[in-house]
Design a protein around this ligand. Structure first.
Ligand code: NAP
Length: 483
């Protein structure tokens, strides 16, 4: 399979810029070279910010019908080249070609939803006369773009998570500078190409490639940048939040999501959903199922069925239609996961299946009896490992689910509507899936977490709210005094 890349330049202010200093993009499966991208410097970032200052003025002036038309054209452009986009995602990242196609479809939808939401950026009238002395006032508020947005994105959804920031930014009349993950910059550059071909005025969007630790600070701390929209790990998110200063911050961070399976659940349905939720994208998924709490009466049956299904997974060449799971993003990450599993086993955990590594490939792994003080019991594993726990009852499952510093999404399998409602109230997370795993999302729902899982919400309409500010207008009218 051969993917011809449109460009390995970076896109700043409407120009494709090449540099002598480059960063190689490697296929994590075999470390083969795919393309190189420029290694941007602080000066390049400064240039991108200067261009975005003009871009913000242009974006704010763009009529809504033009924003809608550009977003729909970009969605169509990608739609006509779906396979090329999917191959790029699969080659540079760790998704299989089937998973990559699903991401492209979602990206197209994200842009289409952005086009629809552009026409719904509305305000409200305000009843000023509720305060004595304000009887002569009428007014309203409406929403204005905030200016320049910095978007910093992770490797695991290299196209759609970029679209989740670029689509709403364009819909709401902002300029945006994207700093994609260094491991997977090509999908973001292809998204820029789609917007260039769709008539987005130059300077509204830049995609700048380079190491976050080298060019991140200047972007995040610059006073002209009015919002930092970050998706990535907790540690990086905290560093950025501490540096950003007085500007809007949106933090979409990680988790170690729990799923509760009660004894009245449909066990097979729960197994199918949780196996898929644990191992989708090699477990490198912010919504991935990491901890499953199973009522003790069905624990043995659940475990054996879960392990049997896990063993069916085909691990291998991600470009093959028959492959269920590809490599992790790099060997270093696979070694980290191996270390965390070995630590758990050393401390007394039981390995039911997996625990094997070959280069960047880590095989789907199921652990039980994991002591609470293990790294893997508390931190986000972000790899294909799942922990199964028997629990005495519902109350204990809720307590254990909440007993971590994350709270993105959770799932519960039960037929008991009372228990489902109690779980909704008591699980401290941003989203709860009843009779499904934590790994469910559509691109228009409010999405985000609590505690170490983040701040703010994405999901096009909600992102637009974060990217705009209300401005209040009050008219003082003389004739009203006389009424
Ligand atoms: P990461 O290591 O935190 O990197 C994310 C982005 O931050 C990359 O573009 C990275 O650039 C950049 N960065 C690193 N240091 C920086 C700095 N000092 N200043 C500015 N930018 C900096 O995360 P990752 O490994 O790519 O992604 C995995 C994490 O993302 C997981 O924790 C996952 O749960 C989370 N995630 C959350 C969501 C959500 O919506 N809640 C969705 C997907 C993923 P370089 O690549 O150049 O280092």
């Amino acid at each position: 399979m051969k993917t011809e890349l449109l460009s390995s330049g970076m896109y700043i202010g409407g120009q494709w810029i090449y540099k002598e200093e480059t960063i190689p993009v490697l296929n994590p499966q075999d470390n083969s070279f795919i393309a190189s991208v420029p290694q941007a410097s602080a000066k390049d970032m400064q240039f991108a910010i200067e261009e975005a200052k003009e871009g913000a003025k242009i974006a704010a002036q763009m009529p809504v019908h033009q924003r809608i038309s550009i977003l729909n054209k970009a969605a169509n452009y990608i739609s006509e080249r779906k396979e090329k986009y999917a191959e790029t995602i699969a080659l540079e990242g760790s998704k299989t070609i089937r998973e990559a196609r699903a991401e492209v479809s979602r990206c197209i939808q994200t842009l289409q939803i952005s086009a629809e939401e552009a026409r719904r950026i509305e305000g409200e009238t305000i009843s000023f006369d509720q305060r004595e002395g304000s009887e002569d006032r009428v007014g309203y508020y409406y929403r204005f773009p905030i200016g320049i947005i910095a978007a910093i994105t992770p490797f695991n959804d290299p196209l759609n998570l970029v679209a989740h920031k670029v689509g709403p930014a364009i819909a709401s009349g902002n300029a945006i500078i994207v700093k994609p993950a260094t491991e997977t910059p090509l999908s973001a550059l292809l998204l820029a190409k789609a917007f260039e071909e769709s008539g987005l005025p130059p300077k509204v969007l830049s995609v700048i490639t380079g190491y976050g630790r080298e060019i991140g600070d200047i972007l995040v701390t610059h006073p002209a940048v009015r919002m930092v929209s970050f998706t990535g790990g907790l540690e990086t998110g905290e560093k950025i939040a501490n540096k950003a200063g007085l500007k809007k911050i949106s933090m979409e961070l990680g988790s170690n999501s729990p799923v509760i399976v009660l004894k009245d659940a449909d066990i097979q349905e729960a197994v199918n959903a949780t196996v898929s939720g644990a191992f989708y994208a090699v477990g490198q998924n912010c919504l991935g199922v990491q901890r499953i709490y199973i009522e003790k009466e069905i624990y043995e049956e659940f475990c054996s069925s879960f392990v049997a299904r896990t063993r069916l997974y085909q691990v291998g060449n991600k470009m093959l239609e028959t492959t269920d799971m590809g490599p992790m993003i790099n060997e270093k990450e696979a070694i980290r996961v191996e270390r965390w599993v070995n630590e758990a086993v050393y401390k007394g955990a039981t390995l039911l299946t997996g625990g094997k590594r070959e280069g960047a490939f880590y095989f789907p792994t199921v652990l039980t009896n994991v002591p609470a003080d293990c790294t893997i019991a508390q931190q986000e594993v972000f790899g294909p490992v799942v922990l199964l726990y028997p629990v005495d009852d519902f109350t204990s499952a809720i307590e254990k689910s909440n007993d971590v510093n994350f709270g993105l999404q959770a799932g519960i399998f039960t037929k008991d509507i009372e228990k489902a409602f109690e779980a909704i109230e008591k699980l401290n997370v941003g989203g709860i899936m009843i009779n499904d795993s934590s790994d469910y999302r559509i691109d228009s729902m409010p999405f985000g977490g609590v505690k170490g899982s983040g701040l703010g919400r994405e999901g096009v309409k909600y992102t637009i709210q974060e990217m705009t500010e209300p401005r209040v207008v009050s008219f003082k009218l003389k004739y009203k005094k006389t009424i």
